[in-house]
Design a protein. Structure first.
Length: 284
């Protein structure tokens, strides 16, 4: 199936972000006819501080019930165009804490997956800028999968990419392609973004599908930058589609025959099973 990664330059105006996302998704559908489109991390809000994030947050309904503006837009795009829409992530109002949450809708508009980001971005960047996602967000604990076009997809978000054990677990649970919507900072992105995605593709022998935010945004008077370079990597680690600077999209064909060929030629899971047996024996 064909998959399009959408690259946005969102800010703190939720209505403008929804309009930008809709226009880009519909342009990608018209141009490339994908069976699945995916948006970046927190595409409904980037910047503006704590109050702006809370204002953009939505209480998520039980599947089938009516949701907020972003929820209904994603569902409507899926149903109108008859495709699978992976909603990157939006800000979920969980009460005391917010959650960084992925929603996926099938071609009939039904919700088919929901995932809360597990690993929260609490780091200090090389220039000394601190990020503490856990100050406002809670972490998830459940894995999420969905089927589309005969392919088993798994959900992750941004900072999750730095934890290879998660991706190996998703592979063991049947994943063939893994989505990684992101807001990678410019400083970490220029050094690590593509390297991490290619490494996880090689480790897990899965497709990596990574829609990312690009450009500058305002964070309480300070200008911050996100790296963009949305891309799709195949199970051999080749980058097969990539966005240029700016807003836009990139599209690639996810081919299960490529996945099968890579896994048959280098049967890493069988070799890992042997290594696990050896470690168990050594520890006895």
């Amino acid at each position: 199936m064909r998959v399009s990664v959408i690259q946005m330059n969102q800010g703190s105006d939720k209505a403008a972000n929804l309009d930008q996302a809709r226009r880009l998704v519909e342009a990608a559908i018209e141009a490339d006819r994908p069976g699945l489109v995916t948006l970046p991390e927190t595409w409904t809000n980037l910047g503006g501080g704590r109050e702006s994030r809370r204002a953009a947050a939505e209480i998520l309904p039980t599947p089938g019930a009516e949701g907020g503006a972003a929820y209904e837009m994603l569902r409507g795009l899926a149903r109108t165009h008859g495709i699978t829409v992976h909603g990157g992530s939006i800000i979920e109002d969980g009460g005391e804490k917010l959650f960084n949450t992925t929603l996926v809708f099938g071609p009939d508009g039904s919700e088919i997956a929901r995932y809360r980001k597990i690993h929260l971005f609490d780091i200090t960047a090389p220039d000394g800028t601190g990020y503490k996602e856990s100050a406002l967000y809670g972490g998830g604990s459940d894995l999420a999968f969905f089927e589309a076009g005969g392919i088993r997809f798994a959900c992750t978000i941004c900072y999750d990419i730095r934890f290879p054990e998660l991706y190996l677990t998703l592979r063991r649970m049947g994943a063939e392609a893994i989505l990684v919507p992101s807001n990678f900072t410019l400083q970490t992105g220029k050094d690590h973004w593509e390297a991490l995605l290619r490494a996880r593709a090689i480790d897990s022998q899965c497709w990596m599908i990574a829609a990312a935010s690009y450009g500058n945004y305002d964070e309480r008077g300070a200008t911050r930058s996100v790296y963009g370079h949305s891309l799709i990597a195949d199970p051999w680690g080749h980058v097969v589609a990539k966005c240029s600077d700016g807003i836009g999209w990139a599209t690639a064909r996810i081919d299960p025959k490529v996945t099968a060929r890579v896994r048959a030629g280098m049967p890493l899971e069988e070799h890992r099973d042997a290594a696990r047996a050896w470690r168990a024996k050594a520890g006895s």
